[in-house]
Each structure stands twice: as structure tokens, then as C-alpha cells.
Write a protein that binds this ligand. Structure first.
Ligand code: UDX
Length: 438
């Protein structure tokens, strides 16, 4: 199959590279010349394990191309994917669809022969209808079908998630073009082991909603265990054992029950708010998700307070070291990261803040101007009155804790990801607090 991928952001790049690796011929299109130049040189603009090798191998094989010029790729394509950004619109929390609609206009004028137009970006229910209407208006004779095919990729594990998904959701509306659209989509995903990764064909609006429902459910699950963690602290119980105790029940499942400082990232915060807005707009409010959004925002803001509680003193005039700034490990993504609430709150309370992150320093430096960035974890903890682990990078699990203790001004550790065991830390002479462990 010939694929055109519009947008070389996170989703577009990973999907494009993986489709090429499936054996299809993929052209990734972007309007940003510097991005295309870098990609052509083999530089990957994001940090995602394995993506550089995958891109290089498929470029080498002549199956993956990058271009600023969309015309030829779209004309030749069996499927054109729209994988552009849908940021939160300022002011009202709705998803900003201007990039999606601009892509639809562009595609419309170029369609040549039957073409499946696929929305890969996370788009509110009904967006596929609008994309279809735009193409129909611009090019009344076009032979096309608009399909929804949401992504469920986790940053840091995106290639595995693409190639071994739990399921692939494909939304096609019934109609004259539906059988051909289903055929193209089945062919695109044929290399998957379909016994393990079923293709789920549903209607287009249903598919659009599945994406939001999945992310909202996961965000709610995390928020649930975070509230249980607070309750554990109040009653003297252990949230990790609670998580295991409930997670072994197959109806609940053990994943996404790690208590922490609150969820962040490019999807959960944006998608939960967008779902809340859509539901309100249709007069069918999703109150559980409204509450999830509120509880999570409040949680991230409250995390800095844990430093003072553990320290037993104000942070004013003290030095606080932050380990991990990205919203989760194995990414350089800082979007809605808990560190963006924690660091400014500590600074406002009078602390000197120094930090280290294995991949996020460049982005973090721009977003956290008051924080002194250090070259490694040991430099970051030097002279600190408290260390806060915000992101559970593997290298922080393997720290030489005796060295950390010697470097610190006083051995206080606030572990927002439960990386360490409280009894070990007490034995080592740290004043320690985790999340939800009594
Ligand atoms: C998520 C979804 O998992 C993915 O399917 C979707 O397509 C995009 O959004 P991602 O944002 O990359 O992926 O990260 P994920 O691993 O889901 O983590 C999201 C946030 O939740 C992170 O801040 C993480 O630290 C937090 N989290 C996750 C927890 O606090 N506890 C958990 O148990 C799991």
C-alpha cells in the first residue's frame, strides 16, 4: 500500500515508520522545513526508544520518505493519514481542530482515484463528519472514504504498542465506499498477528469516542489509586498492597494502579478536558471525568507541600533537588509534567531548586527558568536539604544511596513514585516519605 502521513509529530512519525516497517511505502509530510531537513539527515526530533533505528532502516530500504511537498504523495496514496496536532483551544478547553481541517482542505484538492482519508489525531466525536463535508465541498467528484483510526501509543513504548497492540480500532460508516475502505485498512494492518491484535470495525463516531473513553478511563483509574493512597496515609495502610489486592481481580486488572504525583503528558490532561467539554456540549455530562480532572490538577499542585511535611520545616532558604522532570520516564516530553507545578511552588515558598533529568533538560530549561539544571543526579543532590523523585527513571532506582546521603546537607527523601522501600530507607538513615504507605 502507498501511505501519505500528514504531520511528523510524535504520532505521525511513529505510525509512518511502523507502516513502512510493515512493508508499505510511506511518505511523511510536514510544513516545517527545519523538521523535514533534520529527518532527511536522519535526525529524530523526539526521544523515543528504537525510533531512530527504525527510521534509518526503512529510509535505507526505500520505503520511508520525508517531504514538504504533499501533492505527489497524496495523489499516489491509497490511504492519507491526518496525524496533526489537536491542542487544547485557549479559553474553552475544546480541542483545536484548525490543523485537522486545514489538512482536509489540502487533501481534498489532490485526491486522485479511490483514497481512504484516515484521522489518526485524537479528534472529538463528529470530526470525521466535518472532514468528509470539507472534502466533498472542495472536490465534489472525489472518490474517498473518511475513516477514524485512533492511536493508543504510550510514549517510551510506542513502537511496541504500534506493532503489538491490544486492538486496532477502525471506524467506518456504512455506505457505498465502506467495503473498499475496510479492505484498505485491513491490508494496512495485515502484518499484525490478528489473533492477538484484533481489528475492531465500528462506526466512525463510536471509534472517535472509544479513544476518549479509553484515555478517560485510564486517567480515572490512576486518580482512583491516588485518592486511595491519600486514604492509606490517613489510616495507616499500604497503597501498593491495595493496588495488588484489587488488581488481581481480573475485572479490575493490575495495570495503571501506580499511585504517584498525578498524571501528566500529551494525552490524558488534554483528552479528559476535551471529553468533558464534548459531553457538556451534548447535554450528557461525564461527571466522573470532570471530578478526575479537578482532583488530578489539585494533586499536582499539592505535591510541593510534601517536601515541607517530610522536612518538618519550611523550605524557605533550603535547597531542594528534583530528580526527574519529564511527565514519565523514557521520554523528553515535559507536557503537563507534575514538575511544572512542583518546582515553581517550591521556588515561591523560598527554596533554591536544582534538578536533573536524563532526557528532559533541554525542554525543562526553557519551562523552568528559576531551576538550576545539573549535569547528573549526584550533582543535583549536592548540598540539598531534600531530594524529590518526581519521575521514576531507571537510573534513579540504581542510585548509590550512601553517596547521595554524603553529598546532601541533610538526608531527606521525598519519593513521589515509590521507587524505594520505606524500611530500607529508614535503615540507611534517611528521613523518607513515599506515596500512600502509611
Ligand atoms: C497515554 C495512553 O497510555 C496512550 O494509550 C494514549 O494513546 C496516549 O496517552 P502516555 O501519555 O504516553 O500514553 O503515557 P502513560 O504511560 O499512559 O502515562 C500517562 C501519565 O499517567 C504519566 O504521567 C504517568 O506517570 C501516569 N501514570 C500512569 C501513573 O501515575 N500511574 C500509572 O499507574 C500509570
Amino acid at each position: 500500500m502507498r501511505v501519505a502521513m500528514i504531520g511528523t509529530g510524535y504520532v505521525g512519525l511513529v505510525s509512518g515508520a511502523c507502516f513502512a516497517d510493515f512493508g508499505h511505502v510511506v511518505t511523511c509530510i510536514d510544513k516545517d522545513p527545519s523538521k523535514i531537513e533534520r529527518l532527511e539527515r536522519g535526525e529524530i526530533p523526539i526521544f523515543e526508544p528504537g525510533l531512530d533505528d527504525l527510521v534509518a532502516a526503512n529510509v535505507e530500504e526505500g520505503r520511508l520518505f520525508f517531504t514538504l511537498e504533499s501533492a505527489e504523495a497524496i495523489r499516489n496514496a491509497d490511504a492519507v493519514f491526518i496525524a496533526v496536532g489537536t491542542p487544547t483551544r485557549r479559553g474553552d478547553g475544546h480541542a483545536d481542530l484548525s490543523y485537522v481541517y486545514a489538512a482536509a482542505e489540502e487533501i481534498a484538492g489532490l485526491i486522485d482515484g479511490f483514497t481512504v482519508v484516515v484521522t489518526k489525531s485524537t479528534v472529538p466525536v463528529g470530526t470525521g463528519d466535518e472532514v468528509e463535508a470539507i472534502i466533498r465541498r472542495v472536490n465534489p467528484n472525489a472518490d474517498f472514504s473518511v475513516v477514524s483510526n485512533p492511536e493508543f501509543l504510550r510514549e517510551g513504548a510506542a513502537i511496541g504498542d504500534f506493532k503489538r497492540p491490544d486492538r486496532v480500532v477502525i471506524g467506518v460508516n456504512d455506505g457505498e465506499t465502506a467495503p473498499r475502505a475496510r479492505e484498505v485498512m485491513s491490508e494496512l494492518y495485515r502484518p499484525l498477528n490478528l489473533n492477538e491484535s484484533p481489528l475492531l470495525f465500528v462506526g466512525r463516531r463510536t471509534s472517535e469516542l472509544i479513544k476518549y473513553a479509553a484515555n478517560a478511563f485510564l486517567a480515572m483509574k490512576i486518580t482512583f489509586i491516588n485518592e486511595m493512597a491519600d486514604l492509606c496515609e490517613a489510616v495507616g495502610a499500604d497503597v501498593q498492597q491495595v493496588a495488588r489486592g484489587i488488581g488481581l481481580d481480573k475485572r479490575i486488572g493490575s495495570k495503571f494502579l501506580h499511585a504517584g504525583p498525578g498524571y501528566g503528558g500529551s494525552c490524558f490532561p488534554k483528552d479528559t478536558i476535551a471529553l468533558v467539554r464534548t459531553a457538556q456540549q451534548y447535554g450528557a455530562p461525564v461527571r466522573l471525568i470532570e471530578t478526575t480532572v479537578e482532583v488530578n490538577d489539585a494533586r499536582k499542585k499539592a505535591m510541593a507541600g510534601r517536601v515541607e511535611t517530610t522536612l518538618g520545616d519550611s523550605v524557605a532558604g533550603k535547597t531542594v533537588a528534583l530528580l526527574g522532570l519529564t511527565f514519565k520516564p523514557n521520554t523528553d516530553d515535559m507536557r503537563d509534567a507534575p514538575s511544572l507545578d512542583i518546582a515553581p511552588a517550591l521556588i515561591a515558598a523560598g527554596a533554591r531548586v536544582q534538578a536533573f533529568d536524563p532526557e528532559g533538560m533541554h525542554e525543562a530549561g526553557k519551562l523552568l527558568p528559576g531551576v538550576s539544571m545539573k549535569a547528573n543526579a549526584y550533582d543535583a543532590v549536592e548540598g540539598a536539604d531534600a531530594v524529590v523523585i518526581i519521575t521514576e527513571w531507571d537510573q534513579f532506582r540504581a542510585l548509590d544511596l550512601d553517596r547521595v546521603k554524603l553529598l546532601m546537607n541533610q538526608p531527606v527523601l521525598v519519593d513521589l513514585r515509590n521507587v524505594y522501600r520505606p524500611e530500607d530507607m529508614l535503615k540507611r538513615g534517611f528521613r523518607y516519605s513515599g506515596i500512600g504507605r502509611g
